[in-house]
Structures are given as C-alpha cells and as structure tokens.
Design a protein around this ligand. Structure first.
Ligand SMILES: Cc1cc2nc3c(=O)[nH]c(=O)nc-3n(C[C@H](O)[C@H](O)[C@H](O)COP(=O)(O)OP(=O)(O)OC[C@H]3O[C@@H](n4cnc5c(N)ncnc54)[C@H](O)[C@@H]3O)c2cc1C
Length: 384
C-alpha cells in the first residue's frame, strides 16, 4: 500500500511535484520521440517510476498504484504530454491490470499484479484477427477445453509490441452457440508457451511496432481464464471509454501545428494569403478540439461516466492531426519526402514521421467510421 495519498494534495502542489520529477529524471533523448518506444529504451525509466511508486497512477493504492482520482489523473496526463514523456509498453498497467483487479481471482491477482508493476511481465493485447477488427465479435481463434487445460489455435494480428512482451491477453472463442459475443472468453497467456510464434510486421515508417501472433495447439491452464467462461466480451469492454479520452487529447496535433508554424515562418509563408487561410482554419479546428476535450475532462473530474458522445473527440482529434501533417508535407515541398529530422534554417522538424503516425489514428481504438456509427445510433438516435 502506497503511504502517500496524492489526492489529498492541492492540484498545484501535485502538478509541481510531478513536473519536477519528470524534468529531473526523464531521459532527455527520449523526449517527444515520434514512434513507439521499445522496451530496451524504456526499461530504466520504468524502474525509476516503479521505485518512486509511480508506475501505476491509475491503480488503487492497495495494489501498489498511486490511486489518483480523475482530476489528478488528468493532471498526470497533462504533465506527461507537456514534457514529451514517451509511452512505455504499458498495456499491463492501463488495460489488463484493472481487468484482473475487477474480474480476476485472488490467486490471479497475487500472481500477475506485482510482476506487472515491476516490469517483469510486459503485456500486449490479442484482440484483432485478420478477419475480425471492427467486427471483433467475429473472432475465430478457438480455445477448446481439454481436462485442466484449453488448447488454443488461431492467429492475432496488429498486436502492438508483441515482440517486446512476455504475456498476451487474448480473446478466444469458447462456444459457437447463440450470439457470437456470448461465446468468447478472456485468457492470460505466457508468450513463451510452446506453439506460439511472433512475427513482427514493418509499418510504412519502416518500424516494427506490431506483430502477427500465431497459436498452434497451445496448451494453457484453466487458471488463465479471467471471469466466467464465455463472459470475455463483458470483461474486454470494461475499459473502452477512457481510451477514447486519451486518444482525443489536443496536445499531439497542437505540437505538430507549432512545428509547422515555425517552419512556415522561416519560409516566409505567412505572406501568402492562401497559406494563411489554411493555417488559420487548422488553428481554429484545434481551438474547437481543445474546448471539446476540456468539456469531457470536466465531466471526468466531476466523477461522471463518459458516454457514447466521447466518440466525437477521437474523430475530431485524429482528423485534425492528419490535416496538419498533410499541410506540413505540402509546405516542405521536395523535403516533404525526406525521412528523419531536417533543418529548416535553424528550425528542426521531422515531417514524415508525424505524417505516417497520424495515418492509423483513424483506425486503432475503433475506426472513425465506427465512431460515427456510434454517434448516429446513440446521439442522433438513428436506427442502428
Ligand atoms: C497502429 C495500430 C495498432 C494496433 N494495435 C492493436 C493491438 O495491440 N491489439 C489488437 O488487438 N489490435 C490492434 N490494432 C488493430 C485495430 O484494433 C484494428 O485495426 C481496428 O479495429 C480495425 O479493424 P481492421 O483493421 O480489421 O479493419 P476493418 O474492420 O476490416 O475495417 C476496414 C474499413 O472498413 C470500415 N468499416 C468496418 N466496419 C464498418 C461499419 N460497420 N460501418 C462503416 N465502416 C466500417 C472501417 O472503418 C475501415 O475503414 C491496431 C491497429 C493499428 C492501426
């Protein structure tokens, strides 16, 4: 149990403490990196946070977390973004840890939670399959009971950082009866189990950040099942709203627009009314985004649950980010196709990385089309 109740601090005092710690301890060379950080780069920072008792801001104190309430959590995220702190492979902390706390047995909690905190267990998410993404409930990877075990066969794809992970949480089909959502179960699988193969996939930016994971007669013990058999859909759905709030933060597009503005000034583009027109439109888009984000943050701070309308935020944030990175490539002219950090008369900017990294933003975490369907159904009350 963490001895400190951070929620008892004033917001200003908490912010000052977090800010000072990041500024003092976070490695300078990893600030604002534009790709997913590898475990080899992040493990020292993980240990620093772990030793400080800060590796799991969202976990309750009795499980070794900071136990931050919603308002303090928002401050934590703002400071992460302000200092450009990269995301470690944190699915264990943000996703599966809270799931194990809510649905896991006491034995599962004792086995998995401490090692997830310490970084001994690094987790990846095994949900999507080659023919089950937006329509996740169509997944076909099967777990068939065999005595005290299940035998798993199938494949998962787009598994972020599987090659840096020790464990995967998997949705697998355990029944073909009734509605397809009702035949899915949730398992915790050690990636060293015989029969598992991990194949990295290279993305358009040339980095290997996600993988395909193959399961070939993989025997997993019954005690790796979380929640009831065939209740995996409910288990997996428990955390989706907050993910959409994080993805919808305006910081990333704001950072991209600031870089664009600096390069544009050096190129004299603010004398061009055509450019000024487009730049202003994007700046106003970000003002809209910031105020929309602020509205949802206030809702979380008041302790109110996020509803389906939070989908608006992700659509707008990712769309704006893509439009900014497109204009950046355009104004960089022939240099817009050169990878890496470039020097524009004293202003350093990487043009292509944000362009590439903004592309999948309208796909992961639920695509923009799916978010629009959600809005149409729940907000506009159109027939589903
Ligand atoms: C960078 C990145 C990281 C990822 N990491 C992970 C991970 O760690 N673990 C994991 O399990 N998955 C991961 N994913 C997968 C992600 O969840 C899926 O890509 C996403 O759910 C979309 O599924 P799909 O790729 O199969 O596309 P599809 O579902 O086949 O969609 C294709 C197109 O059709 C549209 N579409 C589909 N259904 C509808 C509909 N009903 N109405 C309107 N339009 C529709 C979609 O919007 C999209 O434009 C990752 C994806 C990306 C890009």
């Amino acid at each position: 149990m963490s001895p400190i109740d951070y929620n008892a601090l004033s917001d200003d005092a908490f912010r000052a403490q977090v800010r000072a710690f990041f500024e003092q301890h976070y490695p300078q060379e990893l600030r604002y990196i534009l790709r997913r950080a590898r475990w080899s780069e992040m493990k020292d920072w993980w240990r620093t946070l772990y030793e400080q008792g800060w590796i799991a801001p969202n976990w309750p104190r009795e499980h070794g977390g900071m136990g931050l309430d919603a308002a303090k959590m928002v401050i934590w995220l703002e400071e992460i973004e302000r200092w450009g702190v990269a995301r470690p492979p944190d699915q264990g902390i943000t996703q599966v840890g809270p799931i194990i706390m809510k649905y896991g047995t006491p034995e599962q909690q004792a086995q998995y939670l401490p090692k997830t905190l310490s970084g001994e267990y690094i987790w990846c998410q095994g949900y999507s399959e080659p023919n089950a993404g937006s329509d996740l409930a169509s997944l076909q990877t099967a777990a068939v009971p065999d005595g005290d075990h299940f035998v798993v066969n199938g494949t998962k794809i787009w598994t972020t950082m599987a090659h840096d992970s020790t464990h995967i949480y998997v949705l697998a089909r355990t029944s073909r009866e009734g509605k397809k959502q009702e035949g899915i179960s949730f398992f915790l699988v050690d990636l060293k189990t015989p029969g598992i193969t991990i194949q990295p996939i290279r993305n358009i930016a040339g980095h290997e950040e996600f993988c395909q994971v193959f399961f070939d007669n993989v025997r997993i013990h019954r005690d790796t099942l979380v929640g009831a058999l065939n209740a995996g859909w409910t288990v997996a759905k428990a955390l989706l709203g907050h993910e959409r709030l994080n993805i919808g933060s305006p910081r990333r597009p704001q950072y991209a627009l600031r870089r664009l503005e600096m390069v544009a000034r050096n190129k004299g583009l603010f004398d061009d009314p055509g450019f000024v027109d487009r730049f202003t439109a994007l700046k106003l888009d970000l003002e809209d985004l910031a105020s929309l984000y602020g509205r949802f943050v206030e809702q979380v701070k008041r302790g109110e649950p996020l509803r389906e309308d939070v989908s608006m935020l992700k659509i707008w944030a990712m769309g704006a980010w893509q439009r900014i990175t497109e204009l950046f490539v355009e104004i960089a002219a022939e240099e817009g196709v050169v990878p890496g950090v470039l020097d524009f008369d004293g202003v350093e900017a990487d043009i292509l990385s944000p362009f590439y990294y903004s592309r999948p933003g309208t796909i992961y975490g639920g695509s923009s089309e799916i978010q629009r369907n959600i809005l149409a159904k729940y907000v506009l009350k159109l027939p589903g």
